[in-house]
Design a protein around this ligand. Structure first.
Ligand code: ADP
Ligand code: 5GP
Length: 206
């Protein structure tokens, strides 16, 4: 049987909405799903590990990578650079592995142009005050950083219509299940299935 190509899932949403938490649970539960490891120029937070959460690199190295066309997309998000290295994503997809990009809304609109077959999921908070509570409750960012991130909320919400799916992260487990149901459904699309070609070979016995 021909190996189907992996699907590309793009997850975005405002800072603090729970994207990272949801993605971690998806990766535990979906064995054929791999997270694309982004490069960033921001400092590692306490507990973050280079090569696990991000590749933490200098601004000089990041700009050299941009120059060398190493990124599928990149953006300046909340005053730091973030980018998706091209090679790993391409390799995964070709080997039949589903790939998850957890990126901001600017990066998602670039991917939408370059990879229109991608599946775009926006994670929304149940309301603004829950978002603020989560961002503050995470205790990883300074007040200045929190305010900067919250100030982008309107802009991010305005980009919601370009997404294929919106999942409200009210109850965490429900939100994870909703995203998983998108992954399952997308695999049943005719365009993503290899079964027609297989069965077509048997046409003479049908
Ligand atoms: P993001 O990656 O979108 O910036 P995180 O995954 O870091 O957000 O989540 C921000 C905070 O909100 C974390 O402390 C996380 O434990 C918490 N959180 C995530 N989902 C929920 C939820 N459904 N209800 C309450 N708190 C949540
Ligand atoms: P954080 O600093 O909270 O880890 O991430 C800040 C924002 O950058 C989040 O919206 C996250 O999704 C986004 N982000 C992480 N990696 C990338 C990337 O490779 N490209 C883009 N465009 N955004 C990213």
């Amino acid at each position: 049987m021909r190996t189907p190509k992996g699907l590309l899932f793009v997850i975005s949403g405002p800072s603090g909405v729970g994207k990272g938490t949801i993605c971690a649970k998806l990766l535990e539960r979906e064995p054929n799903l791999r997270l694309s490891l982004s490069d960033t120029t921001r400092d590692a937070r306490e507990g973050e590990i280079d090569g696990v959460n991000y590749s933490f690199i200098t601004k000089e190295k990041f700009l050299a990578n941009v120059e060398n066309d190493a990124y599928l997309e990149w953006a300046n998000v909340y005053d730091h650079f973030y980018g998706t290295p091209k090679s790993a994503v391409e390799m995964n997809i070709q080997s039949g592995i589903d790939t998850l990009l957890e990126i901001d809304t600017q990066g998602a609109s670039i991917i939408k142009e370059k990879c229109p077959h991608g599946i775009f999921i926006f994670i929304a908070p149940p309301n603004y005050s829950a978002l603020e509570t989560r961002l503050r409750g995470r205790s990883t960012d300074s007040e200045e950083t929190i305010l900067k991130r919250l100030s982008q909320f309107g802009q991010e919400i305005r980009r919601m219509p370009m997404y294929d799916y919106v999942v409200v992260n009210d109850d965490l487990e429900c939100a994870v299940d909703r995203v998983r149901s998108v992954i399952i459904a997308e695999h049943q699309r005719f365009a993503n299935s290899t079964i027609f070609a297989e069965l077509f070979k048997e046409d003479d016995v049908l």
